[in-house]
Ligand binder design. Structure first.
Ligand SMILES: Nc1nc2c(c(=O)[nH]1)N[C@H]1C(S)=C(S)[C@@H](COP(=O)(O)OP(=O)(O)OC[C@H]3O[C@@H](n4cnc5c(=O)[nH]c(N)nc54)[C@H](O)[C@@H]3O)O[C@H]1N2
Ligand SMILES: Nc1nc2c(c(=O)[nH]1)N[C@H]1C(S)=C(S)[C@@H](COP(=O)(O)OP(=O)(O)OC[C@H]3O[C@@H](n4cnc5c(=O)[nH]c(N)nc54)[C@H](O)[C@@H]3O)O[C@H]1N2
Ligand code: SF4
Ligand SMILES: [Mo]
Length: 685
């Protein structure tokens, strides 16, 4: 007789990318047998993207790490947790005694947004150990846009998912933002419109009201010219500006130099199209600029781009109106990090990244790692990230990592970074530990919170971040700083100041809104020194930068400072990091279901450019820059701007686009990599 199986259903948040969609997980006999989208979740409304659909394959993948490993004579050897913790802890102590605590650096990947506890506890361990050096995607991804908006608004206004006019300005939701692409679909049926500004004719450009092809890295010039038109044609929202802003009077003369004709020469967009775009945007209430989660940031003009785009949103009065940008309800959580001595690497060089109005951010600048090993950093603890693929300048970073006295990687898979490590520690999967899933306000204003719960027991010897740090803390002499016996106690602690308690969320596993959105503006809406939206930024001025937005050309571009040196050999414009719908960063490239659907990395280029360089669609090609080369397949189409090559990020080995990028080619204010406007060549392999 067949044994009856007891199936149980759980709600939890998908942690395979930062959108944190709600999922319903079915468990039978201690095994996850089904994963579906959670119908009641406001972000994904019952749907899952292909990445989310591989959750079970990812969980039980044969390559998943099962045991702690130590490299002995160049080979990994299985060791016990006891041995791993004792040896690593002892090495940490020795490092501290010889070189001081700052020599041990921490890295958490973008998974940090998904695995909040991993990041919080890493900050805590780092503080207890006494190191200021915490690296993460904060110094390459969305922190710049947050910072620029904080500087401008004193708070962080965020794009609304439901808008009347979506200005997709270097953002391709069909690949990178699955919830937004569903929302756009729905809202278009109700009359919402889309405008696309992109060197690639993305799928949504086919249904857009306007599609403008732009030269990568030049978006700041377009934004300034739009301001010129909006101001000179008096299309701005005077009432809003008078009431809520500071410095408009200084902006008016400042933008006179930025005519659409000036911008045409830089962006390659016709001046008349710039006028049309400015007019259309300025005359729509409920319009939102979606400027890519980091497209506008990872270039020479990054911080100024973000300021300019914020100001455009302000000039048109599209702040705190439905469909515009809305000051995001703040999720109040208990910060479990601990104070640390000194300043993180880069605090001196990029002061606006580190400090604003006396408040500091505990993040170090990734681009500075290669120059800082071994003089300042001698060991790395990498948790949930794959910097040797995803961070700038793989060649320089790999050389630096090879010089480390100690590299530890805590991950679920043997990544490229883990392969170089001295110790590899097997990490629990999100379905095996307690955590918080919140709709991080990076790109849409949906203030939703739910618990991530362990739906199954531990996999082989995988451990949670709390377990690892708790045991290491004992060897390092600060066991008292990690008092929690169970993972859920950390979550309980985090939720102490929150409007939703741990018990409430346990009783409502489907999640809940943590704070209603507020559209009304008041005296205290803008926490800047002037109490207003700062079109003119004293913070920029004090840090030695232009207080009104300006345009800075990418260093490596046909109009850039390094063209004379590089142009003859690398005549094409390169933008790196276009998203692949089937993968997230360097993750999931070993999932069979996804490999079938996206089997290789594609270097995309236009039809005429392909003819000029002797390349056909599907050819194996070499894309090369002054930093290195990659091998990809050519994706030739008339949807790509001529003279431009677009490459995805996250692929392993010779497909890794960070072999092309340069840690010394930086945005000067915040220190981000220039990833969106570079120079390259392409040829048949
Ligand atoms: N040239 C170029 N490079 C780029 C970009 C670009 O546009 N151009 N984009 C950049 C951006 S914006 C980002 S955010 C970064 C992303 O870069 P990373 O943050 O390095 O992200 P992933 O490649 O997703 O690596 C995540 C790792 O975490 C592991 N992991 C997943 N879940 C868990 C968990 O619960 N616990 C533990 N311990 N590990 C886990 C995965 O197995 C994987 O190895 O890439 C950047 N790289
Ligand atoms: N499937 C999937 N989803 C992801 C990720 C993933 O790896 N895979 N990564 C996640 C992460 S960490 C992040 S930060 C976000 C990134 O999200 P975004 O930064 O919004 O990136 P994309 O949506 O790829 O949009 C980039 C678009 O900008 C265009 N583009 C390239 N250079 C320029 C330029 O200089 N100017 C303009 N105007 N356009 C340009 C590209 O052609 C592409 O269509 O995506 C997140 N979502
Ligand atoms: S969009 Fe992200 S969170 Fe949502 S199902 Fe896909 S991988 Fe999971
Ligand atoms: Mo990112």
């Amino acid at each position: 007789m067949q044994k009856e199986k007891a199936a149980k259903k759980y709600y939890t948040g998908c942690a395979l990318c930062y959108h944190s969609c709600g999922v319903e997980v079915t468990v039978e006999d201690g095994k996850v047998v089904k994963v579906e989208g959670q119908k009641s979740h406001p972000v994904n409304k019952g749907m899952l993207c292909p990445k989310g659909e591989t959750m079970i394959e990812h969980l039980y993948h044969p390559e998943r790490l099962k045991y702690p490993l130590k490299k002995v004579n160049g080979e990994f050897k299985r060791i016990s947790w006891e041995q791993a913790i004792a040896e690593i802890g002892e090495k940490f102590n020795r490092l501290k005694a010889e070189y001081g605590p700052a020599a041990l650096a921490f890295f958490c990947g973008s998974i940090g947004v998904e695995n909040l506890e991993m990041v919080s506890l890493s900050h805590r361990f780092k503080g207890a150990f006494g190191s200021p050096n915490f690296f993460s995607v904060e110094s390459i991804c969305y922190r710049m846009r947050i910072r620029a908006r904080q500087i401008t608004f004193g708070k962080y206004p965020v794009e609304e998912m439901d808008s009347k006019l979506y200005l997709l300005w270097g953002h391709n939701p069909d690949a990178s933002d699955f919830p937004l692409s569903m929302a756009i679909d729905e809202n278009m049926k109700k009359g919402a419109k889309v405008i696309v500004i992109d060197p690639r004719r993305i799928p949504l450009a086919d249904v857009a009201e306007m599609y403008l092809t732009i030269r990568p890295g030049t978006d700041g010039a377009l934004a300034l010219a739009m301001m010129h038109v909006i101001i000179n044609e008096k299309l701005y929202d005077k009432e809003f500006i008078d009431k809520w802003t500071f410095g408009f009077d200084k902006l008016v003369p400042h933008v006179q130099q930025y005519t659409p004709e000036w911008a045409e020469k830089i962006t390659y967009i016709k001046a008349d199209d710039i006028r049309k775009l400015a007019r259309r945007f300025a005359t729509t209430k409920g319009a939102a600029i979606f400027h890519g989660t980091c497209t506008q940031d990872q270039c020479a003009n990054g911080t100024q781009n973000d300021r300019a785009l914020s100001i455009l949103q302000v000039l048109t009065g599209n702040i705190n109106v439905p469909g515009g940008w809305v000051i995001s309800p703040r999720l109040k959580l208990q910060d479990v990090s601990l104070p640390f001595p000194g300043k993180p690497l880069g605090a001196e060089e990029y002061p606006l990244f580190y400090e604003l109005w006396g408040r500091t951010s505990p993040y170090a600048v990734m681009n500075m790692v290669p120059e800082s090993v071994p003089s300042k950093i001698r060991a790395f603890f990498v948790a949930g990230g794959n910097p040797l693929v995803t961070m700038p300048d793989t060649n320089a970073l790999t050389d630096a990592f090879k010089k480390l006295d100690l590299l530890i990687v805590y991950d679920q898979f043997m990544t490229e970074t883990a392969a170089l490590a001295h110790y590899v520690l097997p990490a629990s999967n999100q379905l095996e530990f307690w955590g918080l899933a919140y709709n991080y306000n990076v790109c849409h204003c949906v203030p939703y919170l739910m618990l991530r719960q362990p739906v199954i027991g531990p996999y082989y010897e995988c451990r949670s971040m709390r377990e690892v740090y708790t045991d290491l803390a004992k060897v390092c002499g600060f066991a008292d700083k990690f008092p929690w016996k169970e993972d859920f106690e950390v979550v309980q602690k985090e939720l102490e100041p929150c409007s939703l308690s741990f018990d409430f969320l346990r009783e409502h596993p489907e999640g809940a809104i943590y704070q209603e959105k507020e559209y009304t503006l008041g005296e205290r809406s803008f926490a800047t020194p002037s109490g207003k939206i700062e079109i003119y930024s004293q913070a920029f001025k004090d840090a030695g930068w232009e207080p009104l937005p300006v345009y800075r050309e990418p260093d490596k571009s046909p109009q850039g400072s390094l063209w004379a040196e590089l142009g003859a050999k690398y005549p094409l414009i390169l933008s790196t990091g276009t998203r692949d719908f089937y993968y997230n960063g360097s993750m999931l490239h070993n999932m069979e279901h996804l490999k079938q659907r996206s089997p290789y990395p594609k270097a995309e280029l236009g039809a005429e450019t392909a003819i000029k360089y002797g390349v056909k669609d599907g050819d194996d090609v070499i894309v090369e820059t002054d930093r290195g080369y990659v091998r990809m397949k050519a994706g030739v189409s008339d949807r790509i701007m001529e003279g431009v090559v677009l490459v995805p990020h996250g692929w392993p080995g010779e497909g890794n686009c960070n072999r092309l990028t340069d840690c010394n080619c930086r945005e000067p204010i915040i220190g981000y990599p220039q990833w969106k406007g570079l120079l390259c060549s392409i040829r048949k392999a």
